[in-house]
Design a protein around this ligand. Structure first.
Ligand SMILES: NC(=O)c1ccc[n+]([C@@H]2O[C@H](COP(=O)([O-])OP(=O)(O)OC[C@H]3O[C@@H](n4cnc5c(N)ncnc54)[C@H](O)[C@@H]3O)[C@@H](O)[C@H]2O)c1
Length: 329
């Protein structure tokens, strides 16, 4: 049995990974400041600590106390498109918070640091994105993720701390925050339909994205630390299939008995086509399941109807308003 820290474990992806790790019989400590997560997401059988990764003094004490074997770092505010308007917050939370954990992990000889990066690091370049491409992030969120990746690489070289970097994209499913207007397109659409408001789509909705069901991604990530082939690798993780945002809207609407319509908003600054290759994951021997999109959406909608729309704390500290989409003001 290993002792494992999961930051962001009250959030969507983190709660599923924490649950997988408990099922694998590890001792799991979840650390989360509940800024975007929910206490009832935290799975049974874990120790929960309310703390921000930005509080380096507290983080130090937690590491001194638990002597973690592995760290899964998922805590972040993952509002990619908003990140350019909240730069200071983005870098404090997503970059400095990560550095606090890396420092303590080095000091405490953590065996492997698993970091959830994002395909946002690729930016706008030819698809499909393969892990060997030089990242060219086009937003502050992607820059923070890429910087943490580089810190992990130099920490391996200088301090021999192993890492695994996952680059997921648009994961959806149960436990997702459906109450944040700045992120999680499926959650936003479900929220709007349940509140009988038109679905807001930036631009004409032909931008393409891959969407992965949580039950296909979390087990791969949770098991990675036990498989040395993943060590010191960067791995894209998720579904190969891609869809337009219009198709996603249509499929979600099909799960409801009413249609509040679609409101096309002014196009925003975002990557048009974000498609990643998963060849490397396959070569590592991970035959990822692919839950059909309709089935995954059905499960997420059923779950949302059961628990209700999440009441998320509204993010209020916008630092720059120039160019901010009208609907975000
Ligand atoms: N969901 C996706 O599609 C996706 C895609 C690519 C990358 N990621 C990455 O995966 C990770 C998890 O994303 P998610 O979708 O589960 O988001 P989420 O918001 O559901 O989970 C993040 C959790 O981190 C917590 N958190 C945020 N800032 C914190 C801080 N300073 N200290 C402690 N806890 C803090 C939040 O309260 C939340 O519970 C993030 O790092 C995100 O960037 C997610």
């Amino acid at each position: 049995m290993s002792t494992i820290l999961v930051t962001g474990g009250a959030g969507f992806l983190g709660s599923h990974i924490a649950r997988e790790l408990v099922e694998l019989k590890h001792r799991v400590i979840v650390l989360d400041d509940l800024s975007g997560g929910f206490k009832d997401n935290v799975p049974k059988g874990v120790r929960f600590i309310a703390c921000s990764v930005t509080d380096h003094k507290k983080i130090q004490k937690i590491f001194d106390r638990y002597n973690f074997d592995y760290v899964f770092h998922l805590a972040a505010y993952a509002a990619e498109n908003l990140s350019c308007f909240i730069k200071r917050f983005n870098y404090t939370n997503n970059l400095i918070g990560s550095i606090n954990l890396i420092n303590e992990s080095i000091k405490h000889k953590v065996q492997c640091f698993v970091f959830t990066s994002s395909i946002a690091v690729y930016g706008e370049q030819a698809t499909p994105f393969t892990e060997d491409l030089t990242p060219r992030p086009v937003d502050s969120y992607g820059i923070a993720k890429y910087t943490v990746e580089q810190e992990l690489k130099i920490s391996k070289n200088l301090f021999n701390m192993n890492y695994i970097i996952f680059r997921p994209h648009n994961i959806y499913g149960e436990n997702q925050n459906t109450g944040d207007k700045y992120r999680n397109v499926m959650g936003i659409f479900i929220n709007q339909i349940m509140n009988n408001r038109p679905l807001s789509i930036f631009g004409d909705g032909t931008q393409t994205r891959q969407f992965s069901y949580i039950g296909d991604v979390a087990p791969v990530m949770a098991r990675s630390v036990l498989d040395a082939r993943f060590y010191n690798q960067i791995v894209n993780v998720g579904s190969d299939n891609f869809y337009t945002v219009n198709t996603i809207a249509e499929k979600i609407l099909n799960c409801f008995g009413h249609n509040p319509g679609i409101n096309h908003l002014q196009k925003r600054h975002e990557v048009y086509s974000a498609i990643a290759s998963h060849q490397k994951l396959k070569e590592l021997g991970f035959l990822q399941k692919e839950t059909p999109l309709d089935e995954g959406i059905r499960r997420m909608v059923e779950w949302t109807k059961k628990v209700g729309i999440r009441k998320s704390k509204e993010f209020r500290n916008i630092e720059l308003t120039e160019g901010l989409p009208e609907s975000w003001r």
